[in-house]
Structures are given as C-alpha cells and as structure tokens.
Ligand binder design. Sequence first.
Ligand SMILES: C[S@@+](CC[C@H](N)C(=O)[O-])C[C@H]1O[C@@H](n2cnc3c(N)ncnc32)[C@H](O)[C@@H]1O
Length: 239
Amino acid sequence: MAGVVAERGGGKAGGANRGHEKLRDGRERSASSRRWLTRQLNDPYVARARAGGYRSRAAFKLSEIDDAHRLLKPGMAVADLGAAPGGWSQVAAERVRSREGGGRVVAIDLQLVDPIPGVEILQGDFLEDAVFARVAEATGGRVDIVLSDLAPSASGQPDIDHLRILNLAEAALDFALRFLAPGGAFVAKMLQGSGERGFVDALRRHFDQVARAKPPSSRRESSEFFLVAKGRKAGSGGL
Ligand SMILES: C[S@@+](CC[C@H](N)C(=O)[O-])C[C@H]1O[C@@H](n2cnc3c(N)ncnc32)[C@H](O)[C@@H]1O
C-alpha cells in the first residue's frame, strides 16, 4: 500500500464518512479499485495482520477455523495449496511448530511466496505432475492436513466463479486423497453455488466428519465459506 496517503475524518461534523479513511494520493483509480482500497484501509483485520506480522488478512480465517475445529497440532505435516502471499502458511507453521523442527509445512502457489521460517515453498501449479512429485519428495508422501485456500481469478459472475472454485476444490480433494494419512483432515475454500452439495457428498464418502465454516474474518457480504473435513476414512481411495 506504499504511496497511498490516508486521512481521517469525513468533512463537516457529523459527515457520513467520519472516522473512515479517505484516499488522498492524487492517483487516478477506477471506482472498483477505489472501493477495494478504501475497504482495505478501514478493515480491522488488515490492521491486525500488519501489526501481527502476517502477510494477509486471510491468516485470521485459518486461525479462526483452527480455533473452532482443532486441526493443527505440534508435529503435524501440512500441505498449503494456494499459499501466496503466505498468511495461512505462517499460521500453520506456528501451530505445528515447524520452525522448531517439530512439524512441517509445504506451501504451493503459482505465485512466488517470499521465504517464511519453517515453511518449504514450491512455486508452480499444484495440478502439474512435477509439482506433485516435489510435494511427495518434501513430505515423504504423507501429510496430516491439506489446506486449500485456492482461488481462481474472479470473473465477477457468481455462477462462473463458483464453478471455477469448485473445480479447484475437487482437484485439491484429489490431491489430498493421495497424500492424507488415515485420520487426516482437509480444508477447502468454496463459494456458494449449485455444486456445493455434490462436493459435500464427495467429502462425506472419504471423511468421518464434514462441517461448513464461515469464520468471522470472512467478509459477511462474500459468498465464501470453508468446508472442514476431518478423519480421513481408512481405505478410502481416490475420487
Ligand atoms: C486467496 S489466495 C491465498 C491466500 C493465502 N491463503 C494467504 O493466507 O495468504 C489464492 C491463491 O491461490 C493460488 N492458485 C490458484 N490456482 C492455483 C493453482 N492451480 N496452483 C497453485 N496455486 C493456485 C493463487 O495464485 C492465489 O495466490
């Protein structure tokens, strides 16, 4: 957010914007980019992420999911799909204590992720065989938790965005089923839509418990939610 000057206040006393941040860096912006920046500047989770040294406000989504569902434990091996810029990996590394050499976190993204202590970073498409082989090598072929905060670039059309994220989540489940030990867990980001029920059914075939999570830090106006699947069934094969 370098270069953006934000100011407090909303003009005359009692103005509707009082207490909100206004942009005043003199740069031309589209209406949607202005909305995004204003929202970022006023978002308490963005401020908390910055203060806590987290790379993204998304870090709080994983913390809140984990606080509610008790997934990450010291010593566990975690694969984080769609990891950039790295907030989820930071939280996972703290909670499995990979920095101390207990657990292990492997982060995969199309985009470059700057180094994170205790996290092994792989840049590439998780669907590619070469990336799959690198994950297998890094983890010895076994992980306890697969996290997917994977998101495609947004089209702005809810049905299309739902289908795109569903495709990614199904591929992430396939990936998880190849790596997860019995008892392992899987978390996937989803957007509301018609394919949700079929995906939950697929999860129920492979896991003992499946829950829907909308952590407080996930914006209320967003159709985003997370599916938390625990207890990978022994002997459950691929999709
Ligand atoms: C919402 S962001 C993840 C935020 C991250 N969990 C955090 O806490 O900072 C979604 C990410 O999914 C990644 N992604 C989408 N498709 C992918 C693919 N096929 N392989 C690897 N990463 C992918 C994008 O590059 C993007 O960085």
